[in-house]
Design a protein around this ligand. Sequence first.
Ligand SMILES: Nc1ncnc2c1ncn2[C@@H]1O[C@H](COP(=O)(O)OP(=O)(O)OP(=O)(O)O)[C@@H](O)[C@H]1O
Ligand SMILES: [Mg+2]
Length: 318
Amino acid sequence: MSVLLQATGLTKSFRMRGRDVHAVADVSLTVAAGAALGIVGESGCGKTTTARMLLRLEDPTAGRILYEGADITDLHGRALLPFRARAQLVFQNPFDALNPRFSIRQSLVEPLRNFGIPAGAHAAHIEAVMQRVRLMPAAAWLDRRPHELSGGQLQRVVLARALIAGPRLIVADEPVSMLDVSVRAGILNLLREARDSLGLAAIYISHDLALIRYVCERTMVMYLGRVVEEGPTAALIATPAHPYTAALVAAVPVARVEQNRAALPIRGSLSDAPLAGPGCAFRTRCPYAMPRCETETLALRDVAPGRRAACHLVGVAS
Ligand SMILES: Nc1ncnc2c1ncn2[C@@H]1O[C@H](COP(=O)(O)OP(=O)(O)OP(=O)(O)O)[C@@H](O)[C@H]1O
Ligand SMILES: [Mg+2]
C-alpha cells in the first residue's frame, strides 16, 4: 500500500466569545493511493474543517500533513500549486462552485491556466474531461452558462473541473446532498468510474452512512471534533464498536438490516455536549456512560484488526 496523504494530530481551534473552541482535535488519518475514506458524523462535528485542513485551504492550529511523504503543512502560495493540482475539492453546492458569469469552457480553462498547462493543450484536456463526465458532444455545452444547466449537469461540470488537471485525490464534501435523489446515483457512479479508471483516491464526507457504505472501504466517525471510531466500513456498520457509531447506524434504515444489536436510544443533541475539559465528549448522550467517562480522555486504540475506537466499553485487541 502506498500512502498518498497522511495527517497526524490535526487540530483547529477558533476563538469564540473570548475562549478557544476546538472545531477539530487531534485527528490522524491515512489515505492510500486509489483508496476511498469516508468521514461521517453529525452537523458541526468538524468534517469540513478537517477536509479544508487536509487540502491546505485552512491552516491547522497543530498537526502535520504529508503528501506522498513530503510535509506540506507549512507551504503557502505558489509553493502549494503542485499539491493543489493533485488534491481537488468537489464542492457541496454546484450552484456556488461555478462563476455564474463564466461559460463552462471558461470554468474549465481557469484551473488549466492556474496549474500552468500550456494553452495549446487546453482543448484536448477539455474534450477528454467532458467525455469522462458524459457531457457530450462537448461543443453543445461549452458555451453555456451555469443558469442554463440543471443541478445534475452542473455537478458534472464541477466534477470535470476537479478532474481536469489530473488529481490523485478528490475530496467530496457532501457531493450529492443538494441534488435530487434521482440524479444522485448517476453522479456517484461517475465519481466511482473516474476513480477506477484514473486510480484516484477519495475522501467522501457525508451525514449519510448509506452513501458512505456504497463508496468507501474505510470510514472514520467524528464526534465533536474527534475521531471516535475508524475501520473498514462494512465491519464498522455490522458491529459498531463505539456507542456513537451504533447510534448513527441505528438511524440509517438501510444499514439497520445488517446490524446485530437492537437500535440504541441516543439522548439529547449536540448542544448538550460538553465542549471542553477531560472525559469523553459523547458521555452526556451515551446510554452506557460510566464515572470514568467523565474524567478519562481515551485515545483511539486497536479494538480488532484494522479497527480502532475510543471507548472504555470495547476491549483492547490482543
Ligand atoms: N471560521 C470559523 N470560525 C469559528 N468557528 C468555526 C469556523 N469554521 C467552523 N467553525 C466551527 O467548527 C465546528 C465544525 O464545523 P464544520 O463546518 O467543520 O462541521 P461539519 O462537520 O462540516 O458540519 P456540517 O455537516 O454541517 O457541514 C462547528 O462548531 C463550527 O461552528
Ligand atoms: Mg460540512
